[in-house]
Design a protein around this ligand. Structure first.
Ligand SMILES: Cc1cc2nc3c(=O)[nH]c(=O)nc-3n(C[C@H](O)[C@H](O)[C@H](O)COP(=O)(O)OP(=O)(O)OC[C@H]3O[C@@H](n4cnc5c(N)ncnc54)[C@H](O)[C@@H]3O)c2cc1C
Length: 396
């Protein structure tokens, strides 16, 4: 029998998370709303955000970690709670149905601990992983380069071994949280072979000579500002290698199920947020003597949106269930990333239209979701790359 119900323990974690968001996150979000309107979202507490916002976000991340929410998706031996992928999906939906802002500090994503760090030994874990799990430090995931985004095999950053050290040279691009991370997880070529075994992942602490933060890049989403990272004869010790030499590509892929389910849950939650606000607005707003909700031009696009939201939810749940059941889920997780993020873009756009001019006001908070949806369709594998993966699984 297939059941998508969470185990009682996990259902309790999600209920507790919901209560935490209601009591701790929503009031903060309301208090700081005008600042978010002016200064962007800040995927992380950092960015160019006002110091008050920054402080509150950092504090929230630590509190979420202390309550056991922040890294809940990691196995217990890594300091997490071993929450299933179905649970992870629910968690993201639960948080993001409250919109964008402080919600981004509640659950670990690219700035936080990931499954990839499970390959660290005990000493490395104490230094690099544990402070991330506690929400005390943040990191960044430095894979993309100016000449290599979708095509990871084209990475040009190199690391060569000299005695007990590795020397890294190269440039990374679009690295979220790069300016503020305490350390970077850097992917570099360690052999000239063409195969996927040519990449190795390194841990590089901020302040290491030869490691500089380059240009900060303002994006449409203004999301904590990705940046360029430069490595010029940057020396790191042998203990900086994540797992083994040549395992970089494998480690990058270790996170893929998490990121696709996280993106799916975030998109579903945000679409719910847009629809909740829009239904409330269109039932109150009147034109030509009746609520605009009574015009099919307004209600049908919203009905389509609700249908697509539920379809996205079903697809993402199916993908999460397959991973939890130990089944292959490459096709389903790619579909989840593709469909959920594209769905969010369409839903946010329709919700803005249903609001009329009010929809494009910063304070309505829906245009922010639309801008965010725009980058969600690009990062962590573009929509085209997801289609390419799906096509491959179909034997095309
Ligand atoms: C806001 C933001 C934050 C980011 N954060 C990070 C981060 O923290 N760490 C990190 O490493 N990267 C990060 N990225 C980079 C992101 O992962 C890449 O932008 C993404 O993988 C696409 O690579 P690209 O931009 O080089 O596009 P390209 O690979 O140059 O692609 C250009 C276009 O061609 C299409 N295309 C490419 N290959 C194919 C193909 N085979 N078939 C069909 N179409 C194809 C793409 O879909 C795209 O439309 C971030 C990007 C953004 C926008």
């Amino acid at each position: 029998m297939v059941t998508f119900e969470l185990a009682p323990g996990e259902a309790r974690v999600i209920r507790d998370l919901g209560a935490f968001v209601e009591s701790e996150v929503v009031p903060l979000q309301e208090r700081y709303q005008p600042m978010f309107d002016h200064e962007g979202v800040g995927i992380l507490p950092e960015g160019t955000l006002h110091p008050d916002l920054l402080r509150a976000s950092r504090e929230l991340r630590r509190r979420s970690a202390k309550e056991g929410f922040y890294a809940m998706h990691l196995p217990e031996e890594m300091g997490g709670r071993g929450v299933s992928f179905c649970g992870l999906l629910q968690a993201h939906k639960e948080v993001f149905r409250h919109g964008l802002g402080f919600t981004l500090s509640v659950l670990a994503t690219i700035e936080g601990p990931s499954r990839m760090l499970g390959s660290l030994d005990a000493q490395q874990r104490r230094r690099w992983l544990d402070p991330l799990v506690r929400g005390e430090k943040t990191t960044c995931f430095a894979l993309t380069e100016p000449g290599a985004g979708s095509d990871v095999r084209n990475i040009q950053t190199r690391a060569r071994q000299e005695g007990d050290e590795w020397v890294i040279d190269g440039t990374k691009m679009f690295i979220t949280n790069g300016p503020y991370a305490d350390f970077a997880q850097v992917f570099a070529r360690t052999s000239d072979e063409d195969g996927l075994g040519s990449l190795t992942a390194f841990l590089v602490e901020k302040g290491t000579p030869g490691f500089t933060v380059g240009e900060t890049l303002e994006t449409i989403a203004n999301n904590g500002l990705p940046c360029e990272l430069r490595f010029e004869a940057c020396r790191v010790p042998q203990e900086s290698v994540i797992g083994g030499v040549g395992e970089g590509f494998f480690h990058a892929l270790t996170n893929i199920n998490d990121t696709r389910i996280q993106n799916g849950g975030m998109a579903i939650g945000l679409a719910q947020f847009c629809l909740d606000r829009t239904v409330e607005y269109v039932t109150q707003r009147t034109a030509f003597g009746k609520p605009v909700a009574k015009y099919q031009g307004v209600s049908f696009p919203l009905a389509d949106s609700m249908t697509e939201l539920r379809a996205a939810e079903a697809l993402a749940t199916w993908a999460a269930w397959r991973i939890d059941s130990g089944e292959s889920a490459i096709q389903e997780t790619s579909m989840t990333k593709l469909y959920c993020t594209e769905m969010l873009w369409d839903v946010a756009d329709r919700c803005i239209q249903a609001h009329g001019a009010v929809g494009v006001l910063r304070r309505a908070q829906i245009e922010r979701v639309l801008r965010w949806a725009r980058v969600m369709r690009i990062w962590e594998g573009t929509s085209e790359i997801q289609r390419m993966t799906i096509a491959k699984t179909m034997g095309l």
